[in-house]
Design a protein around this ligand. Structure first.
Ligand code: IPE
Ligand code: IPE
Ligand code: MG
Length: 246
């Protein structure tokens, strides 16, 4: 039986988030420039996006560029931004065909104007799509997101719009970049690194974590199905005992 056939469609993770890591090492292993690793990584993005639409995962969030990634060599950052523009242009058709809505999380105002423009264009054109919400984390950092959230809530408290006693999980959720997304169910990181690197710290409170040695440009639909099957074999207890669940 294929991996796809083994997936229980009634127990799919509603929200999958992926830390797409290992492009540089993939290129280095082949004696190529890092940039070619990023280019090759774009193909894996297409694979997982299509796979999620195919099996009916509702939310997919991809970590594409972190606030810390601004500290990379200027040329690498420039090439990543160019790749982003060309991928957005190229994949608009795929998004429309598969009924996928593009959104973004992160400080998108800090992106170059040309990237911002292309991004807003694709977001606008796909906003009515319903099958899958694809969120690209761009210039995203969880700590920055939390600082922004705290500032916004503080201001509302100061202006008597919220009272401190009423600040709860949903108030926080409603001020995050992810306000329109459910909690993450499954977080995948490729390339063997076992860290979170400032991604969705609040939103992964009860996510299942899945680490794989596979480098991002080698990651295929089958690898995604493997991760989902692994997820489906876990018991999510949310603090309760196993007996309470059964
Ligand atoms: C992930 O691959 C892509 C981005 C962070 C933009 P890396 O570029 O981090 O690849 P490694 O970790 O150097 O192999
Ligand atoms: C995390 O990967 C960011 C993205 C995948 C976009 P990094 O490669 O930047 O992470 P660290 O710095 O090695 O932890
Ligand atoms: Mg890396």
């Amino acid at each position: 039986m294929s991996l796809l056939d083994q997936i229980d469609r009634t127990k799919l993770p509603s929200h999958i988030a992926i830390i797409m890591d290992g492009n540089g090492r993939w290129a280095k292993k082949r004696g190529l420039l890092r940039n070619l690793g990023h280019k090759s990584g774009a193909k894996s993005v297409k694979q997982v996006v299509e796979a999620c639409a195919e099996i009916n995962v509702k939310y997919l969030t991809l970590y594409a560029f972190s606030t810390e990634n601004w500290n990379r060599p200027k040329l690498e950052v420039e090439l990543l931004m160019k790749l982003l523009i060309s991928s957005l242009k190229k994949e608009l058709k795929t998004l429309q065909k598969n009924n996928i809505k593009l959104t973004t999380i992160g400080n998108v105002d800090s992106l170059p104007k040309s990237v911002h423009k292309e991004l807003m264009d694709v977001i606008e054109k796909t906003k009515k799509n319903k099958k899958l919400t694809l969120s690209l984390a761009l210039s995203y950092g969880s700590r920055e997101e939390l600082i922004k959230t705290i500032k916004e809530i503080s201001l509302k408290v100061k202006n008597n719009l919220i009272s401190p006693e009423n600040i709860d999980i949903s108030v926080i959720n409603n001020h995050l970049y992810t306000r329109n997304l459910p909690d993450v169910d499954l977080l995948i990181r490729t390339s063997g690194e076992q860290r979170i690197s400032n991604f969705l710290l609040w939103q992964i409170a009860y996510a299942e974590l899945y680490f794989t040695e596979v480098l991002w440009p080698d990651f295929t639909k089958e690898n995604l199905f493997e991760a989902i099957l692994n997820y489906q074999n876990r018991e999510r207890r949310f603090g309760k005992t196993s007996e309470q669940l059964n």
